[in-house]
Design a protein around this ligand. Structure first.
Ligand code: HPA
Length: 270
């Protein structure tokens, strides 16, 4: 695995030698954040050795290198999901590559369904914990002790200091930010009523089809993570609910400016 990562890293460094400080992963309908980057170089996933290629609508499939303020960043415009048929190892490959390119912090966003009755569509939720048990763990298989430990500690996968800074940024900018637990599922089906009820019952505040596998390998590599869900649909017990991909993309687009503000100021603070 690490040889493949190194080949991808060497290829990228030949095209763009600047070391990125921050890695950014953008969720469904949330790709416009790349407009904030003073772009120095874009590399299509399909050009990079061993990189999977993104297929889902709303994801364009490239690494965007550049600066935001005085920080050098690399953003994944488009990520990989279980429901597309990628293995957990494929899904996390770009995270490993960004780590070996030199990033010191990883920021992620996603679109998620809210199951906490205090939430509403369009809210942002700072992820403070997750349940990963419904998706394949990307660390299953032989462990490379050079990369990280066999049994990584998952006591605090989301960096507390970054969450606190994001809360301060939200407050200063009049953004009403929620905080909570993200439950990951494979999709592509949205949840049945019984599944939403289960997700709430096991301590979830939001449910989605991404992020936790990426965070697991980041934590394994000792890379601090910060992640935000945009609540694009809501399940509340006893209420009728329908959800479609179009609604998810629409709600994500409307909430995007709030997320952009938080990411930008958080990056400036690093
Ligand atoms: N469930 C799972 N994934 C999602 C949802 C949802 O309700 N909304 C956006 N992504």
């Amino acid at each position: 695995m690490i040889e493949k990562v190194n080949e991808a890293v060497d290829f990228i460094k030949r095209l763009h030698s600047e070391k990125p400080q921050v890695g950014i992963v953008l969720g469904s309908g949330l790709g416009h954040f790349t407009n904030e980057i003073k772009v120095e170089k874009e590399i299509l996933y399909k050009e990079i050795p061993h990189f999977p290629v993104s297929t889902v609508e709303g994801h364009s499939g490239k690494l965007v290198f550049g600066t935001i303020g005085d920080k050098s960043v690399v953003a994944m415009a488009g990520r990989f999901h279980n429901y597309e048929g990628y293995t957990a190892q494929e899904i996390v490959f770009p995270i490993r590559v960004m780590k070996y390119l030199g990033i010191e912090n990883l920021l992620l966003s996603n679109a998620a369904g809210g199951v906490n009755p205090d939430f509403k569509v369009g809210d942002l939720m700072l992820i403070n914990d997750h349940v990963s048990q419904f998706v394949p763990n990307p660390l299953i298989g032989k462990n490379d002790n050079e990369v990280g430990p066999r049994f990584p500690d998952m006591y605090e996968p989301y960096n507390k200091e970054l969450i606190q800074r994001a809360k301060n940024i939200s407050k200063a900018n009049g953004i009403n930010c929620k905080e909570g637990v993200y439950i990951s599922v494979t999709g592509p089906t949205f949840e049945t009523k019984a599944e939403y009820r289960m997700i709430r019952a096991i301590g979830g505040d939001a449910v989605g089809m991404s992020t936790v596998q990426e965070v697991i390998v980041a934590v394994h590599m000792n890379l601090p993570c910060f992640a935000v869900s945009v609540i694009t649909d809501m399940w509340v017990d006893g209420h009728e609910l329908t959800v479609s991909h179009e609604e998810v993309l629409k709600a994500a687009k409307e909430a995007e400016p709030k997320l952009t503000c938080i990411f930008k100021e958080l990056i400036a603070s690093l």
